[in-house]
Design a protein around this ligand. Structure first.
Ligand SMILES: Cc1cc2nc3c(=O)[nH]c(=O)nc-3n(C[C@H](O)[C@H](O)[C@H](O)COP(=O)(O)OP(=O)(O)OC[C@H]3O[C@@H](n4cnc5c(N)ncnc54)[C@H](O)[C@@H]3O)c2cc1C
Length: 444
C-alpha cells in the first residue's frame, strides 16, 4: 500500500530525501502504530531475505534511509512515555519530531540541552547520524542518550543502557539505522532556559584567531563565512535562567536577517549566481555587507533553530578543535581556487567530546566545518575538492551529510569502528537493515 504521508514519498511511490540527493522505490511502505506491527514487518523482511529501512524526517543528505524493500515511518511513535524528575531523564517514543519536543517538555519545566539549526528531524534520525549543534560544554544528541529500546531483525525487542546490553547500547547510540528499529529513547534533559542571542559581523581573520578560545567562554558560538569575503557572521548564544525576560526578534528584524539573507532573497541571489557564476563573489560581498548586528532573548528552542527554505546540499566534517584555524585556511584556499563559484556560506561550530563509538566528536573536542552548494548547481566536483582537505586532516564526515568515505578510511578515524561492526553483525546477521550506502561505508 502506498502511503503519501511517509516523509519524502510521492504519490507515485518514489521516495526522495529533503535535498533530492537520494532516491528509492520501496516495494512496501508502512506506518506502524505499535511494536507488534514493527516486529511483524521486520520479521517478514528478515524471513524473505528482503531489506527494511526506517525514515525519520528524510533530512539526511546521504542515502542512509533508501531501500527497495520495506520503508517504515515511525511518525505514529511520537510523544513522551515517562519523565523522571529527580534526574531530568525523559523517555520519548523514537519517532518524535524535534519540533514537538519543546512543547512536550514545557509542562515538566524541561528542555533539550542543545539543538542544531533545524527541528524537522525525528529523535531517532538525529541520534542515528550523530546530529549536533554547537557549544563546547555540550554534546550532540547521541551523547545525551541514557537508554533506548530497539527491535532487532529477529523480531525481539532489547532494552539497552550502560548496564543492560551495554555493547548494543553503545553501537545504537549512533547506529546509522543499521542495527534494528529504535522505538524508545531516553534523553538527559535540562531545566528550561532562555537564550540571549547576538549576531554580529566581524573580520574573519580575528574570528579564526580567537575561535578556539572564545568557544570556551561562550555557551554556544558559531560563525558563517560568505566565500570571497573577509567577513564572518558570529552567532553567540548565552544561556539565561527561565525567568529571564523575553526580548524576541521583532518582525522587521526577522524579515531582514532570516528572510532577506537566509531564505527568500537569498534564493533569488543563488539563482542569479547559478546562471552567471561571475556574479557570485560580488553578490557575496553585498550579502556580507547586508548583515546587521542583532540581539534578542527567547526560549531556547526558538533561538537554536532557524528556517531553511532554500534547498541545498551539504558536506560537513569534524576535525580536532585545535586544528580549526589551519583546516579552515586550507579549506578557504581550496574553495577560492576552485573553478566553480560558491554562493552558500560555510558554517563553523564546535562541541565537546562524547563517549559514543561512532559520534563525530567521539573522544575529542571537535570543530565542524560545513560546506554547501545551492541545490540548483552541481556539487560533486566542489565537494570532492573540499573532502580532500578534510581527509588530509583526519576529518570525520557527518553521517547524514554528503561524503564518499568507505570502511577502510572510517575505521582509521574511529577507534571503536570494529566493535561497532561486531555489534551490528550480531544484531543483524542477514543484513536486513543494510542498503548499498551502508554496505559501502561499513564494508559489508
Ligand atoms: C536543512 C538541514 C539542516 C540540518 N541541520 C543540521 C544541524 O544543525 N546539525 C546536524 O548535526 N545535522 C543537521 N542536519 C542533518 C540531519 O540532522 C541528519 O541527517 C538527521 O539524521 C536527519 O534526521 P531525520 O529524522 O530526517 O532522519 P532520516 O534522514 O530520515 O534518517 C537518518 C537515519 O536514521 C535512521 N532512522 C530513523 N529513524 C529510525 C528508527 N526509529 N530506528 C532505526 N533507524 C532509524 C534512518 O534509517 C537513517 O539511517 C541537517 C539537515 C538538513 C536537511
Amino acid at each position: 500500500m502506498r502511503n503519501p504521508r511517509i516523509p519524502g514519498l510521492s504519490k507515485s511511490g518514489t521516495w526522495r530525501n529533503w535535498a533530492s540527493s537520494a532516491m528509492a522505490t520501496p516495494d512496501t511502505v508502512a506506518m506502524p502504530r505499535d511494536e507488534a506491527e514493527v516486529m511483524e514487518l521486520l520479521g517478514a523482511a528478515n524471513d524473505t531475505g528482503s531489506t527494511l529501512k526506517v525514515v525519520g524526517g528524510a533530512h539526511s543528505f546521504t542515502p542512509l534511509a533508501a531501500t527497495s524493500g520495506t520503508l517504515l515511518s515511525l511518525d505514529h511513535f511520537s510523544g513522551i512515555i515517562r519523565v523522571d524528575l529527580p534526574t531530568n531523564q525523559v523517555r520519548f517514543r523514537a519517532g518524535t519530531r524535534l519540533r514537538d519536543i519543546g512543547r512536550l517538555l514545557e509542562p515538566y519545566g524541561l528542555a533539550l540541552a542543545n539543538m542544531g539549526d533545524i527541528d524537522h528531524q525525528s529523535l531517532a534520525g538525529a541520534i542515528n547520524t550523530s546530529t549536533h549543534g554547537t557549544g563546547l560544554a555540550f554534546t550532540g544528541f547521541s551523547g545525551a542518550v541514557t537508554a533506548l529500546r530497539i527491535i532487532l531483525p529477529d523480531g525481539e525487542a532489547r532494552e539497552c543502557s550502560p548496564t543492560l546490553n551495554p555493547g548494543l547500547f553503545q553501537a545504537a547510540r549512533v547506529g546509522l539505522g543499521a542495527l534494528g528499529v529504535l522505538t524508545e529513547i531516553t534523553l538527559q534533559c535540562v531545566p528550561r532556559f532562555k537564550l540571549h542571542a547576538r549576531e554580529e559581523p566581524e573580520p574573519l581573520a580575528g574570528m579564526l584567531e580567537s575561535f578556539v578560545d572564545r568557544v570556551v567562554l561562550s555557551d554556544h558560538l558559531e560563525f558563517y563565512w560568505f566565500p570571497y569575503t573577509d567577513t564572518a557572521l558570529a552567532k553567540t548564544n548565552m544561556r539565561l535562567p527561565d525567568d529571564a525576560p523575553l526580548d524576541p526578534v521583532p518582525w522587521h528584524g526577522r524579515l531582514i536577517s532570516d528572510e532577506l539573507v537566509g531564505n527568500a532573497a537569498f534564493a533569488a541571489l543563488c539563482q542569479v549566481g547559478a546562471k552567471i557564476p561571475a556574479t557570485v563573489p560580488p553578490i557575496n560581498k553585498l550579502a556580507a555587507k547586508a548583515l546587521a548586528v542583532r540581539s534578542y532573548t527567547d526560549q531556547s528552542e526558538r533561538v537554536f533553530v532557524a528556517p531553511r527554505r532554500v534547498r541545498f546540499r551539504e558536506m560537513e566534517y569534524s576535525v580536532e578543535l585545535a586544528a580549526l584555524p589551519e583546516v579552515f585556511a586550507a579549506v578557504r584556499t581550496a574553495l577560492e581556487s576552485h573553478p566553480q563559484k560558491i554562493s552558500f556560506p560555510l558554517e563553523v561550530r564546535a562541541t565537546g567530546a562524547d563517549d559514543t563509538w561512532l559520534g563525530t566528536a567521539s573522544g575529542r573536542q571537535s570543530a565542524y566545518i560545513a560546506v554547501h552548494r545551492y541545490a540548483g548547481e552541481p556539487s560533486r566536483e566542489f565537494f570532492q575538492a573540499m573532502e580532500q582537505v578534510f581527509v588530509h586532516y583526519g576529518g570525520r564526515p557527518h553521517w547524514g551529510k554528503l561524503h564518499t568515505r568507505d570502511s577502510s578510511y572510517l575505521s582509521s578515524v574511529y577507534p571503536r569502528f570494529d566493535e561497532f561492526l561486531a555489534q551490528r553483525d550480531a544484531a543483524d546477521p542477514q543484513g536486513t537493515m543494510l542498503n548499498e550506502h551502508l554496505r559501502h561505508i561499513l564494508g559489508r
